[in-house]
Design a protein around this ligand. Structure first.
Ligand code: PA5
Length: 435
């Protein structure tokens, strides 16, 4: 099995879990009923099988063109229009992808903009691009989000002054709504190549649309295999019976821990640095989907073993309102043996001959034991190895579990009314017309 969950360290027994069986059947039915409603936000449910094949081919062609004419692709977007692409690219390429020599990397560097309002960041990015040839993929569903709009204005100007208006046009790829928004109007007027974010797929559920797929394909990741992995998950988690559906078990388990055990914070734990942005993507997915109506499990993340030396103390002995979901990768992609050192001045000869993956695994096992004995229940998500199929699978697993979990919690997992509040204040302070 490529992905499965293990609840043996969660303290939850199957009997309690299965008490949710009927409620899950109802939520499951409701989701399926809404999947094809153009006006709803459940289009992601069938995306792995029901996607625009022509656009998919255009994405691959655009990625090929970018590879040919650009050393760098600047991906402009924020939130759901950013995190999914970065999560997948980081998970499936070298930890040092952008630093590799061109010959080894073979695909353009991927750099990100439009996800903050820092002048330093943009100036540093412009410096990093230097004389390199680059293209831009600007991604915004609403087409009006301030951060990407500012970044796009800046990089469009740079492209136009570097290449002239005509060539700049051929280096700009726009991913946005099919008819609404300022970005759509601009793209139409300038004749930029466009990709569509389907109406019924919300930002944080959109990684398997052009939002994620164009940057991901540009980094040389096989998007056919990514979609194939998601398809396996779509089929596997279509079973309405909680007893046989690991995705639904995860959704229920986290709600049991929250409701019955007063665990208000879930920490997603990984032992591979390349999974850092996967956690960031997951945090947004669960945070924006569930944090409303004064409800929601607060999603946090740690990268281990790094964070054992910063957050480990709190997790072991701080307030007891935490549980962890641990991503356990069974077969790491490479291995590294520890050599013997005759002097053994560093005292680690007891590890010589051992693989670093083995040591990492023992660290994980030790941490799971320590935390669970310290009343931090652990849900383990086992994945066979990190590759396109399993990452596609995991994306679908967490998206569907999030929708189910929102149903259990009694919130709408597809809106985000709370993010407007700060915007209104900010626009007032910036004297935006109409505020
Ligand atoms: O999940 C969401 O809906 C949000 O995080 C959006 O993706 C984010 O605010 C960016 O919005 P847009 O794509 O409209 O620029």
């Amino acid at each position: 099995m490529t992905v499965n969950i293990d609840l043996s360290k969660s303290g939850i027994d199957l009997k309690d879990l299965l008490k949710y069986k009927e409620q899950i059947e109802i939520i499951h039915k409701d989701l399926n009923r809404r999947a094809n409603d153009e006006k709803d936000f459940v289009g992601w449910l069938e995306l792995p099988t029901n996607y625009d094949k022509k656009e998919f081919a255009r994405i691959k062609a655009a990625a090929k063109r970018i590879r040919k004419d650009s050393d760098i692709l600047v991906v402009i977007g924020i939130g759901g229009s950013y995190l999914g692409a970065r999560a997948v690219i980081d998970a499936l390429t070298s930890n040092f992808y952008n630093m590799l020599p061109n010959k080894v990397r073979k695909f353009p560097k991927i750099l990100y903009a439009g996800n903050n309002l820092s002048a330093d960041y943009i100036n540093d990015l412009i410096e990093a691009i230097g004389d390199s040839d680059f293209s831009v993929n600007v991604i915004s569903k609403s087409g009006t989000t301030t951060e990407p709009a500012i970044a796009f204005r800046i990089f469009r100007e740079i492209l136009e002054s570097k290449y002239g208006i005509e060539e700049a046009r051929s280096r700009i790829y726009v991913t946005t709504d099919k008819e609404r928004g300022a970005l759509k109007q601009l793209a139409d007027k300038e004749g930029y190549e466009q990709f569509v974010i389907p109406d019924n797929v919300g930002g944080r559920y959109s990684v398997l649309t052009a939002v994620g797929l164009l940057p991901i394909a540009s980094a040389g990741v096989d998007i056919d295999r990514l979609m194939a992995g998601a398809r396996v998950a779509q089929e596997k988690y279509a079973d309405s019976n909680l007893k046989y559906n690991d995705c639904y078990k995860y959704a229920v388990a986290r709600n049991i821990l929250h409701k019955s055990n007063k665990k208000n914070i879930e920490i997603l734990v990984n032992y591979e640095p390349k999974m850092h942005y996967f956690t960031e993507w997951w945090k947004q997915l669960y945070g924006e989907s569930e944090g409303k109506d004064l409800k929601g499990i607060f999603p946090a993340g740690v990268d281990n073993t790094t964070d054992l030396h910063s957050m480990g103390q709190y997790i072991q002995e701080g307030r007891r309102e935490l549980f962890e979901t641990v991503i356990n990768i069974n077969k790491p992609s490479s291995s590294l043996k520890i050599n013997v050192d005759e002097d053994n001045l560093d005292g680690i000869n007891y590890l010589s001959g051992k693989d670093l993956n083995y040591i990492n695994k023992k660290a994980m096992e030790g941490v799971v034991e320590a935390h669970t004995s310290g009343d931090v229940p652990n849900i383990i998500v086992n994945i066979e190895k990190i590759n396109e199929e399993t990452i596609g699978h995991l994306i679908y697993f967490f998206e569907k579990a999030c929708a189910i979990s929102g149903g259990i919690l009694g919130v709408n997992p597809f809106n985000q009314p709370g993010v407007e509040k700060y915007k209104t204040n900010m626009f007032k302070l910036l004297e935006k017309p109409g505020y």
